[in-house]
Design a protein around this ligand. Structure first.
Ligand SMILES: Nc1ncnc2c1ncn2[C@@H]1O[C@H](COP(=O)(O)OP(=O)(O)OP(=O)(O)O)[C@@H](O)[C@H]1O
Length: 248
């Protein structure tokens, strides 16, 4: 469902070149739920932007649902949902319901499918109490639930999440994790999750990829990851070891 083959992305800043992602190769199969970890500045967001076609790779190849994201961005938009936890894709001044209606038009979702899909999402994400509230008046947790619904309204095959639980309290985090687990298990949606919250990883991901300095430093199951450190280490200790040991 997601394939990277030697993908790289560099940026030229004045006379300096920053290699945000270098020679990255991995495959994520349909239905997998994969955690994508890495320290600040490792290249996670750059990878995600290449997956949804916002950035074109400067080397190698990227394929999502068999499509080249930067060339087929519009077609791909129907197959992929993206949530950037730090930003909203909703219309700030409009009630949540109006944002969803606009998304329905953008993605050309027919009215009956939209109604049943929105009904399901409203129930599972408990959106009913604030559907008529302008997005700017929503709490962070409410806004995040709205963003998740917006990303899933068109029933994408792939869901890419960039820190979807950032800033949320423990109860909101738990409900979003439950929701994501259900989407993956019940609808077979392929999920790539970027997070600094290791609780998200422990709770949701069987497979973990770790990127550092733009390169893949680990790709395996959560158990394999835990086995890289002495017994009884916490996930936080294991990840800290890898972040500090990864090659430059
Ligand atoms: N548009 C850009 N122009 C120049 N450099 C960039 C650009 N976008 C990212 N970079 C650089 O690429 C590197 C990787 O950045 P990226 O945002 O992908 O990291 P990240 O892993 O998502 O970090 P964080 O966890 O802090 O969000 C960083 O050194 C960053 O400064």
């Amino acid at each position: 469902m997601i394939e990277l083959d030697g993908a790289g992305r560099s940026f030229k800043i004045k006379r300096r070149v920053v290699h945000a992602v270098r020679d990255l190769s991995f495959t994520v199969s349909a239905g997998e739920f994969v955690g994508y970890l890495g320290p600040n500045g490792a290249g996670k967001s750059t990878t995600i932007k290449m997956l949804c076609g916002i950035l074109t790779p400067t080397s190698g190849q990227v394929r999502v649902a068999g499509l080249d994201p930067s060339r087929r961005r519009t077609t791909l938009a129907r197959r992929i949902g993206v949530v950037f936890g730090q930003r909203t894709t909703l219309w700030w001044d409009l009630p949540l319901a109006d944002s969803f209606e606009l998304i329905r038009h953008l993605y050309k979702v027919d009215r009956a499918t939209f109604r049943s899909r929105l009904g399901e999402l409203t129930e599972t994400l408990d959106l009913g109490g604030f559907m008529r509230t302008p997005v700017r008046q929503l709490s962070l947790g409410q806004r995040m639930r709205g963003d998740l619904a917006a990303a899933l309204l068109h029933a994408p095959d792939v869901l890419v999440l960039d820190e979807p639980t950032i800033g949320l309290d423990v109860v909101s985090k738990a409900s979003i994790r439950d929701f994501l687990q259900r989407v993956n298990a019940e609808q077979g949606t392929t999920v790539l999750l970027t997070t600094h919250d290791l609780g998200d990883i422990e709770r949701l991901c069987r497979r973990v990829m770790l990127i550092d300095h733009g390169r893949l430093a680990f790709d395996g199951t959560l158990d394999d990851l835990m086995a890289t450190a002495p017994e009884q280490s916490s996930l936080e200790e294991v990840v800290t070891r890898l972040y500090t040991a990864a090659p430059q």
